[in-house]
Ligand binder design. Structure first.
Ligand code: 7TS
Length: 413
């Protein structure tokens, strides 16, 4: 079991108050808070060895390069990658998926080829495929949702064919919390010769994720949702696939030799890291990975599962509250989208903020999914390793305030 009180002491921001109340931070699906070790690593880098990487012979540059490349190895270990050169640093999940869309899909896709996405995708794993389809004449196919918030896997099997080139699917939905059976989906896709991209923005921070076990070809995720700084994302790609890909951005760092009229590319992963990378933030991502590894991702998941069970029980006590997505804790992560009668989610979010409770209200970058649910927006509470059952109680108490203000009658309409 996680020692949550000890963990909380490592996160300076959790000591602050908001509107005179202790901060209850339940917007972790948007971004996580950072432990002191990450904040210190940023400061340490700038105070002691700030220099550009991969180019200087001087000591500072070598130290910066070593620190930067060590984090690449840590990332590889964290996700079970066989080779650290399969890890490309980008800014975020969005950039990782766009890299695949530009550097792989646009070269591979032919008119009539198909890309399969699901009805629960974040815009980051939808728009890049819409654009690639528009540019190549490929066709987007959609795996629909069942009413319980899980994917219709029969329909998935039916739309897979030898025309399918790519299946792009989120491992865990940021709006519903649904955990998708991506290993099974990847096996079926490979039988048809298609590659599989897993959007791990919500899963890598919260579940043990091993790319060998998933059997996927691409995995994209963001450091800032897993205790790391903003500005660091990861694209992991199976080596043979990455080696077959052309550069995405051209410039310094990604070339071997350049003439006026042509150039030869660097080896992977540098071919995909043009220009000066976000060195400080990559370096400070290292302690975030260490922090999670020291706790153990199975323990992080176990803690969130327990909170999820508790939250499901407590939220069900709130009159008029509807939870979207799977109703059992095992099929979902600690992300709760909900509605409360006809009270607008922004009003819920505003009243909760006055109580010190931070949640997100809106479409969560999933507008097609919101349409499928028949709502313009939802309120969303999302947990992480430092959240406690008492904070679930604080959320439920604050929802009571929302009902007081907007009227219990309206809440039960
Ligand atoms: N994919 C999923 C499943 C996500 O949840 C997010 C961010 C992204 C992709 C994009 O990540 P980024 O780091 O490139 O922005 N999701 C959210 C969210 O739910 N609220 O704010 C950001």
């Amino acid at each position: 079991m996680l020692d949550v009180q000890r963990i909380r002491a490592d996160f300076p921001i959790l000591q602050r108050t908001v509107n005179g109340k202790p901060l209850v931070y339940l917007d972790n699906a948007a971004t996580s808070q950072k432990p002191r070790a990450v904040i210190e690593a940023l400061k340490d880098y700038y105070e002691r060895y700030n220099a550009n990487v991969h180019r200087g012979v001087h000591t500072l540059s070598q130290e910066a390069t070593d620190a930067f490349e060590t984090v690449r190895e840590q990332v590889a270990r964290f996700i079970g990658a066989r080779h650290s050169e399969e890890v490309v640093f980008v800014r975020n999940t969005t950039e990782a998926i766009n890299l695949v869309s530009y550097a792989w899909a646009r070269r591979v896709l032919q008119p009539g080829d198909e890309v399969i996405v699901t009805e629960m995708e974040h815009h980051s794993n939808l728009i890049p495929w819409q654009l690639a389809a528009r540019d190549t004449g490929a066709v987007l196919r959609l795996v629909p949702l069942r009413d319980d918030g899980t994917l219709d896997l029969d329909r998935y099997a039916a739309i897979l064919s030898d025309r399918t080139r790519l299946v792009a699917v989120s491992h865990m939905s940021n709006a519903l919390g649904t955990i998708n059976p991506v290993a099974d989906m990847a096996r079926l896709a490979h039988e048809q010769g298609a590659l599989v991209l897993v959007d791990g923005a919500q899963s890598v921070p919260h579940l043990p994720v091993d790319v060998q076990a998933l059997g996927c070809d691409f995995l994209a995720f963001s450091g800032h949702k897993m205790l790391g700084p903003t500005g660091v994302g990861v694209l992991w790609t199976r080596r043979e696939v990455l080696e077959s890909m052309d550069p995405f951005l051209g410039g310094g760092n990604m070339i071997l030799q350049v003439w006026w009229d042509r150039a030869e590319w660097q080896e992977i992963p540098f071919r995909f890291e043009a220009g000066t990378p976000d060195i400080a933030d990559v370096v400070a991502f290292g302690p975030a990975l260490e922090y999670l590894s020291a706790l153990g991702m199975d323990q992080v998941r176990a803690h969130e599962l327990e909170l999820t069970r508790y939250a499901l029980a407590r939220l069900r006590e709130v009159e008029g509250l509807v939870i979207y997505g799977p109703q059992d804790a095992e099929s979902r992560g600690g992300v709760f989208s909900f509605g409360l009668g006809d009270i607008h989610p922004h009003d819920i979010g505003t009243v909760l903020d006055a109580e010190g409770v931070a949640i997100r209200a809106g479409h969560h970058c999933c507008q097609p999914l919101m349409r499928r649910l028949g709502v313009p927006a939802t309120a969303r509470a999302s947990f992480y390793l430092y959240n406690t059952p008492e904070e679930v109680d604080a959320l439920v108490a604050a929802l009571g305030k929302v009902q007081q203000i907007f009227g219990r009658a309206r809440a039960t309409v």
